[in-house]
Design a protein around this ligand. Structure first.
Ligand code: SAH
Length: 347
């Protein structure tokens, strides 16, 4: 049994296998990894891609993550927040374009109190009972997560960023804690959200050891979704001069995660598309099955600048929707109008 068969059958990986699969230039092995991951994705979800409409609701943030262009210390970041009406308009446009999942993402902006956010969620819930509502608003209290869930949110994306507490401390200021991030993820799961965790590939100080810990964390936590994308340096941040993450590592990790967790929802991220013109298509061909086209108002898109040179900042929602459909049709995949729910593991 070779490494890929071993991975696929045991749904586990050793530290040594991980390093081997990321660094090898054995073309056959690399292609076997990709092909096997894609076969597994096909078996569970078919040649279908789920789309989620991403609404970037605020570029204000009280946190100071060293990698992020929206960190509070970045005085050159342009700050905006959408009004409630703008958010509803994005949903209306998105619904017309066939989106059945809305993802509201933002910096940790105190303006979006539980009261305001619950009103927004319950309004969207009432207007679009057939849609999934996903939130990605960072760390909040358990009570807040519960209130938002009760208001109608179904899913929450909170990347764990790294499963190593030491590495976490190298990416975040002292006032942020790895344990708190983990507690948030646990609370979200207990409340009943479908949860997405994830990490950047090639973040500063990342090693094969921390990546191995990330994969073992994913196996233990069993999230419904895993978001990974390459780290991309953002100007005016402490990591401005750090090298970007590798596209090859990201693609191979997508395949590995698909083999470890066959049923997981796995997006081909915008960051991957930013570092390579065919990054998202390659992501799909390596086992991803989700994409998150931008539904944010065009006027604000360039200001949701978590990293440099982000793609799709000049387009309208309808253009992104059409582009997505065409891109994946070219590689033989159908973009579906569907909530695209997690398919639980059946024995
Ligand atoms: N405030 C929210 C949303 C953050 S943006 C939260 O805390 O969850 C979503 C993700 O973008 C982050 O979790 C991080 O993994 C990623 N990200 C941030 N800066 C990045 C960078 N410079 N390059 C690549 N990805 C980045």
């Amino acid at each position: 049994m070779n490494t890929i068969e071993h991975l696929s059958q045991t749904r586990n990986i050793t530290r040594e296998e991980l390093e081997l699969l990321l660094t090898t230039d054995d073309r056959e092995l690399v292609e076997q990894l990709r092909r096997t991951a894609r076969e597994v994705a096909d078996a569970v979800y078919g040649k279908r891609i789920f789309i989620r409409g991403l609404i970037e609701i605020s570029s204000h943030c009280k946190n100071d993550c060293l990698y992020c262009g929206l960190r509070r210390s970045n005085r050159s970041a342009v700050r905006y927040r959408l009004t409630e009406e703008q958010i509803y308009d994005c949903c209306a446009t998105g619904y017309r374009l066939g989106f059945r999942t809305f993802v509201m993402q933002g910096g940790e902006d105190g303006w979006f109190t539980d009261e305001r956010m619950c009103r927004i969620v319950s309004t969207v819930r009432r207007r679009y009972p057939d849609c999934a509502i996903t939130l990605s608003l960072g760390e909040r209290s358990r009570e807040s997560y519960q209130a938002l869930y009760d208001a109608g949110a179904n899913r929450y994306l909170l990347r764990h960023e790294t499963a190593s507490a030491t590495h976490y401390a190298q990416l975040h200021p002292a006032e942020m804690s790895w344990q708190h991030r983990m507690d948030c993820l646990q609370a979200l799961k207990e409340i009943g959200y479908q949860v997405g965790c994830g990490f950047m590939v090639g973040s500063p100080y990342q090693t094969f050891d921390t990546l191995y810990e990330d994969l073992q964390f994913i196996r233990r936590f069993e999230p419904q979704m895993v978001g990974i994308g390459p780290f991309i340096a953002a100007h005016d941040t402490p990591f401005a001069d750090q090298p970007n993450g590798k596209v090859t590592y990201t693609l191979r990790l997508l395949s590995i995660i698909r083999l470890l967790q066959p049923h997981v929802l796995l997006p081909a991220t915008t960051a991957l598309g930013t570092l390579h013109p065919q990054g998202r298509e390659q992501g799909i061909l390596h086992g991803a099955n989700v994409v998150m086209p931008n539904l944010s108002p065009r006027d604000h898109r360039k200001d949701y600048a978590i990293y440099d040179n982000k793609i799709c900042t000049g387009e309208e929602a309808a253009e992104c929707r059409a582009c997505t459909e065409a891109r994946f049709a070219r590689i033989g995949y159908e973009t579906v109008v569907d909530r695209g729910d997690y398919k639980p593991n059946t024995p």
